[in-house]
Ligand binder design. Structure first.
Ligand code: NAD
Length: 335
């Protein structure tokens, strides 16, 4: 039998005669129930550390693994039951791809996958330190970190300058959450920040790279929207508006530039286990109204699973696809 490790899925742990009681004991101690973990069943146990946003240290996962294995941490086995990312060697060979939000979560997983598949990645984020850590983690890859804020024209100019004449792909991933507020409670500051980063930033950067793509007669843009771009009950008003806007921008650009060889698509993630922060004071009214719908999320994905969807649309494998919104949400949108 395969040993239970940090890579084994939460479902495998819960169903295991040894692992099940250990995880349930931890849940009980924190006042939670097994049902809390239902959307997480397909995720590796390790993802609990990312999901907890610092509340659960790595040592808790290590202790669970030790408890299940007589006090030792066993070697990881390929057959952990969790989905494994499969790198397609050379898929982005000879290509330059700009990825925003590349220091964390979905953007980081996307930038990493492209770099490991031979692409030259212009990795953009406001976080200099985390970008540096990413670049250092893949010393043999071609990663050009650009520290910048996509809402600022000078940053957009710096990104285009770093990319050079040829830009094969752009992944607009950078984004921020709102405070779950309903429309009449939304402050100007919240609206401006969320629309500014999620929609206007993606617009400004797309506007800046499209001329190079038109000149080359080819190019792919992938915009990251959200389940909140598809429905009204997944987030607050500002975020929902921004992500619906991203879909409109995607469709219009796909229509306008299709004849010139460009393809513009969007990915709509459902719940993803990243450390994406929420503002400190979320709206009580908005949260209460959203809660029953958010608890119906069928499953959470890893950032790497979203990168698989995004890189598919960035690559030539998606050759005949233009103007589409790919819901990468474990089936949430069909509920
Ligand atoms: N995590 C989810 O459940 C989820 C669900 C649906 C959609 N999304 C979307 O996916 C995208 C990525 O989210 P994530 O979960 O990986 O979040 P994340 O917080 O882990 O990563 C977002 C990154 O964007 C960067 N960023 C923020 N503002 C920026 C700016 N102005 N300029 C440059 N970089 C900036 C941040 O520094 C961060 O590194 C976002 O657009 C988000 O709305 C996430």
């Amino acid at each position: 039998m395969t040993a239970l490790t940090a890579s084994s899925t939460i479902g495998t742990w819960l169903d295991d005669p040894v692992g099940g009681p250990i995880v349930k004991g931890l849940l009980e101690a924190s006042g939670a129930t097994e049902e809390t973990l239902t959307p997480l069943r397909t995720l590796p146990l390790q993802q609990l550390v990312t999901l907890s946003q610092g509340k659960m240290p790595q040592s808790v996962v290590d202790d669970l693994v030790k408890q299940a294995n007589g006090g030792v941490i066993p070697e990881e086995s390929e057959a952990s039951g969790a989905w494994q990312e499969t790198v397609t060697s050379g898929r982005f060979g000879g290509q330059t791809v700009v990825v925003t939000g590349a220091a964390s979560g979905i953007g980081l997983a996307t930038a990493s996958r492209i770099a490991r598949e031979g692409g030259r990645v212009v990795a953009v984020d406001v976080s200099a330190e985390k970008l540096q850590t990413f670049a250092a983690s893949l010393p043999n890859a071609e990663i050009i970190p650009v520290v910048g804020d996509i809402t600022k024209q000078e940053s957009v100019d710096a990104i285009v300058a770093a990319a050079g004449e040829r830009i094969d792909g752009l992944a607009n991933v950078a984004g921020v959450n709102d405070d779950f507020s309903p429309l009449h409670e939304t402050s100007d500051a919240m609206w401006d920040r969320v629309i500014g980063i999620n929609l206007t930033g993606a617009f400004k950067l797309s506007r800046a790279v499209i001329p190079a793509m038109i000149a080359a007669g080819s190019g792919r843009i992938v915009n990251v929207t959200s389940e909140a771009g598809l429905r009204g009950n997944a987030s607050g008003n500002a975020y929902t508006t921004s992500k619906h806007g991203v879909i409109g921008m995607t469709r219009s650009a796909a229509f306008m530039y299709g004849p010139q060889g460009l393809r513009v698509n969007a990915v709509a993630p459902g719940g993803v286990a990243t450390g994406i922060p929420f503002p400190p004071n979320v709206s009580e009214a908005g949260s209460a109204r959203l809660a029953p719908f958010q608890s119906a999320i069928p499953t959470l994905a890893t950032a790497e699973q979203l990168a698989a969807s995004i890189t598919f649309l960035l690559s030539e494998d998606s050759v005949n696809i233009n103007g589409q919104v790919l819901a990468s949400d474990g089936g949430w949108s069909v509920q």
